[in-house]
Write a protein that binds this ligand. Structure first.
Ligand SMILES: NC(=O)c1ccc[n+]([C@@H]2O[C@H](COP(=O)([O-])OP(=O)(O)OC[C@H]3O[C@@H](n4cnc5c(N)ncnc54)[C@H](O)[C@@H]3O)[C@@H](O)[C@H]2O)c1
Length: 248
């Protein structure tokens, strides 16, 4: 008989994270959520941990609390991130530092905390949300793009290091997904309506992705169905990267 799988989803209260939690719960997983704020609706999770990923202590409490409540962990997904913009001259230096803290360092600390538990479980899956901007170069997003590229590199290091323990590590690299995370980006186009008039036309599939599409993909990546996939930057962008830079 298959054992019930257990996951911690960080940044799981909203957007893609919440959709991933829903998809996992629907498939019978036991899930805990860590986030800055509680979900607006009941997602069926076993517990919520108020967490800022830039705090090592918060991350530790979420991981150790989840292990205690679920009896162990088989998968961890960190979807929390920050998007700060600019080029070498226009960016704020503190934004560059914050991008590193939230998008890179927090994931390194998280891996350090969860690897021993996944090893105890006989293996498992770690997923970080990186970005298409971490794989393909776009103008005006240096703090964000550089930090997400570093996260993709860290994904590969971890996958190489811990494959022998049965631990798979992958990076999700979304294109435009319809969440509130993009509100500042829409403003750069003059608002959401103008964005929708201009951008989807240059995406081969002609639209933004939905959180449900991402949630179901994440459930697949975390599950044993994806048991031979590790160290990958998994792009989900409607084909936008086929003409990288065209919309950004
Ligand atoms: N939406 C997109 O188009 C897109 C594209 C590429 C990459 N991403 C990445 O996806 C992630 C954002 O996901 P989303 O689009 O579903 O956004 P979202 O804003 O809808 O959800 C993000 C969730 O993370 C939580 N969160 C934010 N900062 C946190 C922190 N410091 N500690 C703990 N929780 C925190 C938020 O409260 C929220 O519940 C980021 O890592 C971002 O870089 C998004």
């Amino acid at each position: 008989m298959n054992q019930v799988k257990r996951a911690l989803v960080i940044g799981g209260a909203g957007g893609m994270g919440a959709a991933g939690v829903k998809s996992l719960v629907k498939a019978g997983w036991q899930v805990t959520i860590a986030d800055l704020s509680e979900p607006d609706v009941d997602l069926g999770s076993a517990a919520f941990f108020k967490t800022d990923v830039s705090s090592d202590a918060d991350l530790r409490a979420a991981v150790e609390g989840s292990v205690k409540i679920l009896g162990g962990l088989d998968a961890v997904w960190n979807n929390a991130g920050v998007c700060l913009l600019g080029n070498a001259e226009t960016m704020k230096v503190e934004d560059f530092d914050k991008s590193y803290l939230v998008n890179v360092r927090a994931n390194a600390i998280l891996a350090r905390l969860v690897v021993p538990h996944l090893r105890t479980a006989g293996g498992g899956s770690i997923l970080f949300t990186a970005s298409g901007a971490g794989v393909f170069i776009a103008p005006g997003v240096m703090p964000y793009g550089v930090s997400k590229a570093a996260l993709v590199a860290m994904t590969r290091h971890l996958a190489l290091e811990y494959g022998k323990c049965g631990i798979r590590v992958n990076a999700l690299c979304p294109g435009w997904i319809d969440t509130k995370f993009n509100t500042p980006s829409w403003e750069l186009f003059g608002g959401r309506e103008t964005f929708l008039e201009k951008v989807p036309a240059s995406i081969p599939l002609g639209r933004m992705g939905t959180v449900e599409e991402m949630g179901d993909f994440v459930r697949f990546i975390l599950s044993p169905e994806a048991s031979f996939m590790t160290g990958q930057a998994l792009t989900m962008d409607g084909g936008e990267s086929l003409r990288a830079g065209a919309t950004r």
